[in-house]
Design a binder for this molecule. Structure first.
Ligand SMILES: [Zn+2]
Length: 89
């Protein structure tokens, strides 16, 4: 069984699609059960997208932190279970 710590180690490979089919499945199953890791992967994916879009070779740490804050904010602001039950059958 995959632990959060294990997932963190292979998270970037998961995002890059470099895991084997079996590993990929294990990660996905963990993500289904673990909200923390979903958030983690979401953050990582967002920053890796931004980084590859801006890949100039050097990474500014303040810039990275700003991305992180934005992602965290966006995740928090996402209207998931905030009253309007439109998508519940
Ligand atoms: Zn986890």
């Amino acid at each position: 069984m995959l632990m959060c710590r294990d997932l963190a180690e292979i998270a970037s490979d998961f995002i890059d699609g470099e895991l084997s089919g079996r590993q990929n499945l294990t990660v996905k199953m963990h993500l289904m059960m673990c909200k923390d890791c979903r958030t983690f992967i979401g953050n990582l994916r967002a920053s890796s997208n931004l980084l590859s879009a801006h890949s100039s070779g050097r990474v500014d740490e303040a810039f990275l932190r700003r991305i992180d804050e934005r992602v965290a904010k966006a995740l928090r602001a996402r209207p998931s279970d905030s009253g309007n039950s439109n998508d519940t059958p």
